[in-house]
Each structure stands twice: as C-alpha cells, then as structure tokens.
Design a protein around this ligand. Structure first.
Ligand code: ZN
Length: 683
C-alpha cells in the first residue's frame, strides 16, 4: 500500500469551522465509484471514511434528528479523553497549539514524527494505545519537543519561571515512562486501581474501592435483588477528608460543562422525534444526565430497548466497562444511525428463528433458554461515531448491558453495515490473502463469499450468540472475574461459527450455497492462529478480550485435531494452514461451545482460567516473528478508524430547509475542528 503523506503544512489551516475539502467532495451518492475509503496512514493505523447511504431517503425531520444527535455525540468528546487518563486533555491542548501555530520547518523527519505522535494521541483518545493500553512515546527528542513548545506556544514568555515549570511538566508527562505507563493494569497481584492510569479513581486503593461498593450494596435499602442497578457505572471515586465518596457524572457533577451541551442537543432531538416512544426515551436520557441517578438509567434502557419502530436510533451514554480494571465504570460513547431496510430483512429472519437456534444448539439442555426474549436485530447505517466509538469503532453492538433488562425486555442487536463495507473495501487490495492464504481455492472463496459471511457472522454473534444460554441459579458474570470477557466473546463467536455452517442458513436463503461458510471458517482460523498476531508487539502477550477469544478458539481446535482436520504446510520460512475437513472443524467448534457454555453457566473460574491461560494469551514466538515480518513487507495497518462525515445545514433554527452530507478527507483537520468546537472540558 502506498503511504499517504504525513506532512501537514500548518499554514494551510486557514479556517477550522469550514472545510475546504468537503465542498469539492459533494454528496457521495452521486459518484460512489470514486469514493476513496482509506485517506490516511500512520504508525499501525489507517484512517478510513464510511458512506452514509440512503441519506436522501430520510425525511427532513429525520435528517434533523440525526444531525442533533450527532452534535450531542460530538459534545461528549472531551469526556472520553479525561476518563482515559487525567493528563490527556492537558497534553492535547499543547499538541493542538503546536500543530496550529508552529511556523518552522515542517519538512523535517522530526516534524513528521511529531505529527505521527499527535495523530496517534488523537486516535487513542489519549496517550495510551487503544488496544494494548500501553503508553506510547513520540519518536523525537525532548529537546525538539521543547523547541516546538517554545516557538509555537510560549513564544516571548518562554524564559519566565512559571513557563519553564509548565514546560518541564508537559515534557515529563509525555516522556517519563514512570508516569501513567499503563491505562489498565492487568497484574492481579498488584493494586489494580493504583496501577491503572484510567481516571475513574483518585487517591483511593483497590481495597478501599472494594469495601466502598460492598458497603453500598449491603446498605442500599432501595435495592431489588432481581433488578440490581449498575453500581458505580457513572461515577468517579475520590477521597475527601479521609472519606471515600463518589461524584456522579451529571449536569451538576463531574463533566457538567460537556453534559450540559449534550443535553441541549438531546432537547432539540426531542422536538423532531419520530414517535412518542422515541420522545419518551430521549426525555428519560435527559433526566438521567440531569440527575445521574442509576435507577433512571435503567428506566431509560427499558424504554430504549422497547422502541423497535423508530427508523433513526442512537447509543448515547456511559455504556461499556472494558476500560475499568474493576469492571464497573463505563466510558462515554455514542453511535447515531438509521435502519438499513434491505439488509435488515436478513437480521429479522435470524431473530424470528431465535428459538429454533437456541433449541438446536449443541449445548447441554439445562443451559438452554426455554424462552428467548425479543432479540431485536437490525442492520444499520452509521451516520456519526462519538466518544469511545470514535475513531476506532465496533462493527456490531448488542445493548443494553444490564442482565436483568436483557432477560425481561430483550436486547437490541445491530450490525454496522456501512462500516463493514468500508473495511471490506479497504482490505480488498492489501495483499494479505495472496501472502497468507493456502491456495487459490481459499482466495477465490474469500473473494466470492467473504463480505456476505463476515456480515452474517456478526449478526449471529450479536443477535443470537450473546443472547443465548442461561446461568444456573446463583451464578453471575462476576464469578469469572478477569476471564469473563474472553469467555463471553468466545461463547458468542462459537455460537455463530457453529450455525453459519448449518444447512438452515441456505434454507433461510441467508447464504447462497453450502460452500459459502468455508470462507468464514478459513478466515477465522487463520486470523486466530496467525493474522491477528500482527497487532501484537513481539515478545508481548495478547491482552484484548476479542483477540484472546479468537486465539483461544483457533489454538484449541488445532490442539484437539485428532487427525484429518488441518494441514500445516511449511514452504521455505513461511507457514500455511489448510482446512482439510470443514465438517470435522464444525464438530470441534460444537465441542468447545458445549464446554464454554458450561463454564459460563456454572461460573467455573478454574476451568475458564485453564482455557484462557493455555490457549489465548501467549503467542508462539517463532510464528509471531514470522507473521510480523510477512506483514512488514505488505505494509498493512493492523488497526483502522474513521473520519466522520459532516452535516451541512441549509438555514438555521426553525428554518432548516435541508441537511446535506459531505465527506471530509483530512483527519488532522477534523481533529482540530472538534477540539476547537467541542472542547468543553479543556477550555
Ligand atoms: Zn461480542
């Protein structure tokens, strides 16, 4: 792949609130064949764009709704930076100032490296890698960085005592490996709270946090054991006068300036809601932001999950707890979207048959759900990504997270159709298939069926996999502790892998023939055994839950092949894998699914530990090295993220006559624009 230029001529940034590239691009639907998906490349990252298809089929009110919700999403941007680490907004301010004001030589390698650091910082919403959670560093000297600060930011004041102190402090935060080395600590032998850079806790130890929540739960007179609130989901824990307490994220608490802005746009959204159900959950969300009350949060989710008729939909709030070492605090995120009607026929068919899939799965009968509750599955067109979902986004979402709401009211499951399309377009010509696939047979199958089976696998994972199975009485997710996420993802993947090969898929016309699933099987195994190792630095472990789950499944299957399933072929110094018998592989998936469902349903920590530690964490060093060097030749970015489209409004206030979509190309420009327009916590 061609490396795109990293040089940014600072002088070309004239006006941040208008986008010179955008106008030239025009509305995409007119010329989709000219659409450029990959627009930037730096470090281990590629920046892409996604198309907002069928935009002109929305009514004016629906367009306004998408626009207001997108503005609400932008307003929470600073929250995620601050949640990730308390230094992030501070450092970001200086990075922006340098990019905007540096008038020196921007053709040097030092400047290019400075820009790579800055873009990585924007991309990760802070100074830690978004996947590995390790702090990363600029590949320039402290002296050069100091020079940039002096010349672009401090200027005439650079010799004052106060400025010298500030300068020292900034450089120390950025360069000192002792300061905030890891976003999330994983070593359970040490204090997880104190050793994590995430900003959910201040001045408290793991023990104090554990005691605080144990007491809170014990003394909660309002508590309903069947419908527990998500304790600690939206708060920061601090110590005041020796006492541990929580500050809620709300209009009157932590992050108030940003939350007020979010609420302002949500209130506008209420005025153009499509129906009463939508109006009601928007109002409930506003109430939650006003009070920070977690009972209101549950009430909101109950309303939101039951609204299945609105065309436009959104995620907005403190949702996922992946970043909290204690698994309680949620990061802020938003996804604004509307239904892809054509593709939703596919997901509808799957959810209509949910009970059939549950009844026929290979797991033990006692762990099956007797009655699968409303799985609302749809394919969506993403119109805006925000917070934790920007610029690196998931490709499917299944919410809400509260188990009792899922059980009583079901869940909404989405496949992000246009995001997956952008990924598949970007991957088409990167040479990975030619380098790693066993033969032309596998390559041709991938070209013919790859995109279809990718989407179907996400549908099955999100809409059936996570929702399947049941726990024995008295068992909860917390019992698997640090292995819970990996086991849960493996369970959902195995469910989808088992069923994608089922004749039912062809019968329901979800796949064209009985060959198609093989494209998915091959990709999955190759990815789990080899390809994804490109995302991990040599000598390091696999740490991310989804990656651990893929490694677990692929390595376990290879280890349990009793002969005839796989062939490993060494050609020179290159390893190739062939699947000789796809039916046998399906049997292996079924066996592992049975085992993993049992672990989840019974909360068997020891068995979870054994599986994860044996198969999911440590890459084979020789194979790891090989994968890295084969990828190095291809120069493919292991991670991707997206620039958001922008909405151009004709008219204002009550007199909006139309809203158009434009597709900016410059990641740097979007970042500077966001920082300037939505920097509510950094001003
Ligand atoms: Zn999942």
């Amino acid at each position: 792949m061609k490396k795109l230029g990293l040089i940014l001529m600072v002088t070309t940034i004239v006006c941040l609130s208008c986008n010179p590239n955008a106008d030239k691009e025009g509305s995409l639907s007119k010329e989709p064949e000219n659409f450029e998906f990959v627009v930037d490349r730096f470090a281990d990252i590629k920046i892409m764009r996604y198309r907002v298809d069928n935009w002109d089929q929305l009514s004016l009110n629906q367009k306004k709704l998408v626009y207001y919700l997108s503005e609400a999403a932008c307003c929470g941007r600073d929250i995620i930076f601050d949640q990730n680490c308390k230094y992030n907004l501070y450092v970001r301010h200086y990075l922006d100032e340098i990019v905007l004001n540096f008038n020196g030589d921007t053709t040097t390698l030092d400047w290019k490296n400075f820009m790579v650091y800055t873009k990585r910082f924007w991309f990760s919403n802070g100074m830690h890698h978004h996947y590995s959670n390790d702090k990363f560093y600029p590949e320039v000297s402290k002296e050069y960085f100091g020079m940039l600060l002096d010349s672009a930011v401090f200027k005439g004041d650079k010799d004052s005592k106060e400025i010298k102190e500030t300068r020292k402090e900034i450089l120390n935060i950025i360069f000192n490996p002792q300061i905030a080395p890891k976003r999330i600590a994983q070593d359970t032998k040490q204090d997880l709270v104190k050793n994590s850079a995430v900003n959910f806790y201040d001045g408290v130890s793991q023990q104090e946090v554990e005691k605080y929540y144990a007491d809170l739960k014990k003394n909660d007179s309002q508590a309903n054991p069947d419908r527990p609130i998500s304790y600690g989901l939206n708060t920061k824990v601090v110590k005041e006068n020796g006492k541990v307490k929580e500050i809620p994220y709300s209009m009157n608490g932590e992050y108030a300036p940003a939350i007020k802005e979010i609420v302002g746009w949500l209130q506008k959204a209420v005025t153009v809601a499509e129906n009463n159900a939508q109006k009601n959950h928007l109002n409930k969300l506003i109430e939650f932001y006003q009070t920070g009350d977690l009972k209101t949060w549950d009430d909101y989710n109950v309303l939101w999950v039951q609204d299945v008729n609105s065309h436009v939909d959104y995620v907005n709030g403190f949702i996922e707890v992946y970043t909290d070492p204690m698994g309680m605090k949620a990061t802020w995120e938003s996804v604004v979207n509307y239904k892809d009607l054509e593709s939703s026929k596919r997901t509808k068919l799957i959810s209509e048959n949910a009970q059939w899939f549950e009844n026929n799965s290979p797991i033990d009968n006692m762990f099956k759900k007797k009655q699968v509750k409303g799985v609302e599955a749809k394919a969506i067109i993403v119109a805006h990504l925000g917070g934790e979902c920007y610029p690196a986004t998931p490709i499917g979402i299944n919410l809400p997270n509260a188990n009792w709401i899922r059980k009583e009211y079901g869940s909404k499951s989405v496949t992000m159709e246009n995001i997956m399309y952008a990924y598949s377009q970007a991957a088409m010509k990167d040479g990975v298939l030619q380098e790693f696939y066993f033969s032309d047979v596998e390559i041709k199958r991938a070209e013919k069926y790859g995109y279809e089976t990718d989407k179907l696998q996400v549908d099955l994972h999100e809409c059936l996999g996570h929702g399947s199975g049941q726990m024995l009485a008295g068992v909860d997710d917390g019992m698997l502790k640090n292995y819970h996420s990996t086991i849960e993802e493996a369970r959902a993947d195995l469910f989808s892998l088992y069923y994608i090969a089922d004749p039912k898929m062809v019968e329901l016309k979800l796949l064209p023939d009985n060959e198609a699933y093989k494209a998915c099987y091959y990709k999955y195994i190759l990815n789990g055994l080899m390809l994804q190792l490109n995302r991990v630095d040599e000598g390091k472990n696999i740490t991310q839950a989804h990656m651990q789950n893929r490694a677990l499944i692929a390595n376990w299957c290879l280890a349990h092949d009793t002969g005839g399933t796989f062939e490993v072929d060494i050609r020179g110094d290159k390893t190739f894998i062939r699947i000789k018998d796809y039916a046998k592989l399906r049997q292996l998936f079924a066996t592992l699914l049975t085992e993993i469902q049992k672990i989840k349903s019974t909360g068997d920590y020891a068995a979870a530990k054994l599986l994860v530690e044996n198969y999911a964490i440590k890459p084979d060093p020789t194979l790891h090295k090989e994968v890295k060097s084969r990828y190095a030749v291809l120069d493919v970015a292991p991670y991707g993220g997206f620039i958001n489209p922008e909405f151009v409004v004709d008219g204002s206030g009550d007199k909006i006559s139309n809203i158009k979509v434009v597709y900016p190309k410059s990641y740097t420009q979007q970042m500077l624009q966001y920082d300037q327009k939505y920097g509510f916590l950094s001003k």
